[in-house]
Design a protein around this ligand. Structure first.
Ligand code: PEP
Ligand code: MG
Length: 576
């Protein structure tokens, strides 16, 4: 029995046999050709490009129908590779110069491109190597007249293990047979991880060496929530996990039974339960898990997988769609949070030594009002079609809020002049995710319409722990007394100034903290869809008075460990 640790990409526990997909290797002969054969080789290349284009468009159509337009758009990047003049011209000129068969030349040029891409330091761009690989392999298969089997032969339930999955592979996965998947490489922003969540298939990515440690037929336990894979577990471990699956099933049935009921405490305090989304295609899942509205729409994903930044019209269409789909429930659109660990190729951003402390989010937007205004105008226009709210990320103090609002006013003025309608009373909120904002929440709450606490960043900035660094992950403690005190300060300040306060960081989705957050007076929980039924269940199981007592007791504890143990005990009492 061995345990592999990777990155938790999509939650859930599965136990099944492994189905390992080897790296697809191509044996490409190097064959000299005569000058008179060059036109034929060029024709072969052109036909392979046309066939590949056809395949991708068909796949894109299928994914558009099965999963939604956002996922389908991933393949736009693949189509762009097929039109890449530099790549095509290099192949034609080398073919003419070196007089070697086109399949060989193509594989050499592809290798060179992939090498260059995989060395790029930007995580996002580096992960696009997968796109290049995916489309390159399609072209090679077509050049060599080979058929790709991939997951086609998989008929029985299995955990699929591969070095990496192409977006085409992930999109073709069927939940009925692929009960979980594991990859050697990939990070949280890889398409594989994004798709795994949409498909609700437990997944662990970035294990480094799963393919060398796992053979087809091995028994695997995959815990996608913890990022753990256990290979050939012993009987005791299997029993523990089987029990856990059963327990989770039993519990989740209890939770699911209340998913469409209001989140109201036994003594009548009503809590708003909203969802976090990255892509509009998540809306069906938001609705089916019982959310009322969206508390955080992370719009930066809209800028990904494309060469140019979205136009105002494209922003508008996306936001209008989300606003109408959720109407009359509210949708909080967070303006672009670029920088930190999220970069886009469309904007020139100088490299920084500490990007999380650098030109990120609102700082970037205030420095580039031209980019910011495109999004703000679109949000305002879409506000005429539903209940939209606007929220700025990474506000550090009142001046930034005032500067952002001044730009928003300019946009409103422009639209009025143009005779374009929008919600004149659109509510404008602030994410509280920097300690300076938490400590000046009393000042900010006089000028903001609402707060949403971004604990993912608030914790990293208050405890000085990089949220993406696995070496110091043990110090990333949501239960740290400093974090709890800060949350209390934010909620109290908001309430003193009569504004509501929600939480959209991952802490809100963690069942351990539901009671204490409720007791501290949080008005809204914005959660990943899967967490909604459970958090609702917990809120419906206690009185507000009970939760307040629990919060008071927790605030008296001096270590994160003590807080966690205390909260686990309380939760156990309730879930019993
Ligand atoms: C947060 O920081 O808690 C948050 C919700 O924003 P993000 O994770 O996108 O930084
Ligand atoms: Mg944040």
């Amino acid at each position: 029995m061995i345990t592999l640790k990777g990155i938790a990409a999509a939650p859930g526990i599965s136990i099944a046999k492994a189905y390992r997909i080897g790296k697809e290797e191509f044996l490409i002969p190097k064959v000299p050709i005569r000058t008179e054969d060059i036109p034929l080789q060029l024709q072969l290349f052109e036909e392979a490009l046309i066939a590949t284009r056809k395949e991708i468009i068909e796949l894109q159509k299928k994914i558009g129908l099965d999963m939604g337009q956002e996922e389908a758009q991933i393949f736009d990047a693949h189509l762009l590779v097929l039109e890449d003049r530099m790549l095509i011209e290099e192949i034609i000129s080398r073919l003419k110069k070196e007089q070697i068969n086109v399949a060989y030349i193509f594989s050499e040029v592809l290798k060179k491109y992939i090498e260059v891409f995989s060395k790029i330091e930007d995580d996002y761009l580096r992960e696009r190597t997968a796109d290049l690989n995916d489309v390159g392999k399609r072209i090679l298969r077509n050049l060599l007249g080979k058929e790709y089997k991939g997951l086609k032969d998989l008929k029985e339930k299995a955990v699929v293990v591969a070095h990496d999955f192409s977006p085409s592979d992930t999109a073709a996965m069927k939940k009925e047979v692929v009960v979980a998947f594991i990859t050697d490489i990939g990070g949280k922003t890889s398409h594989t991880a994004i798709m795994a969540k949409s498909l609700e298939i437990p997944a662990v990515v970035g294990t480094m060496d799963a393919t060398s440690k796992i053979q087809s037929g091995d028994t695997l336990i995959v815990d996608g929530g913890m990022g753990i894979v256990i290979v050939n577990p012993d009987e005791d471990t299997l029993r523990i996990y089987r029990d856990q699956i059963e327990k989770l099933k039993g519990i989740s049935e209890r939770f699911l039974a209340v998913k469409d009921l209001p989140a109201v405490t036994l003594d009548g305090r009503n809590i708003e339960i909203a969802a976090n989304i990255e892509l509009p295609s998540e809306i069906p899942s938001v609705k089916s898990h019982g959310a009322k509205g969206i508390g955080l729409y992370r719009t930066e994903f809209f800028y990904m997988n494309r060469k140019d930044a979205p136009t105002e019209e494209e922003h508008f269409q996306a936001y209008k769609y989300v606003a109408s789909a959720l109407h009359p429930d509210a949708v909080v659109i967070r303006t672009l949070d670029l920088g930190g660990d999220k970069f886009l190729s469309q904007f020139e951003m100088p490299k920084e030594i500490q990007p999380f402390l650098g030109c990120r989010a609102i700082r970037f937007c205030l420095a580039r009002p031209d980019v910011f205004k495109v999004q703000l105008r679109a949000i305002l226009r879409a506000s005429a079609f539903g209940n939209l709210r606007l929220m700025y990320p990474m506000i550090s103090g009142i001046e930034e809020l005032q500067q952002a609002n001044a730009i928003l006013e300019e946009c409103k003025e422009e639209l009025r002049r143009e005779g374009v309608s929008f919600d004149e009373n659109i509510r404008v909120g602030v994410m509280i995710e920097i300690p300076s904002a938490a400590m000046t929440a009393d000042l900010l709450s006089k000028e903001a319409d609402f707060f949403s606490i971004g604990t993912n960043d608030l914790i990293q900035y208050s405890l000085a722990v990089d949220r993406a660094n696995e070496k110091i992950a043990y110090l990333y403690e949501p239960a740290h007394p400093a974090v709890l005190r800060m949350i209390k300060n934010i909620i109290d300040a908001a309430h003193q100034n009569n504004i509501w306060v929600g939480m959209c960081g991952e802490m809100a989705s963690d069942e351990i903290f539901a009671l204490v957050l409720l007791g501290l007076g949080l008005d809204e929980f914005s959660l990943s869809s899967l967490a909604i039924p459970q958090i609702k269940y917990i809120i419906r199981s206690v009185t507000y008075a009970q939760a307040k007592n629990i919060a008071n007791e927790v605030l008296g504890l001096s270590t994160a460990k003590a807080v966690e143990t205390f909260m686990q005990d309380k939760l156990r009492e309730i879930l019993h």
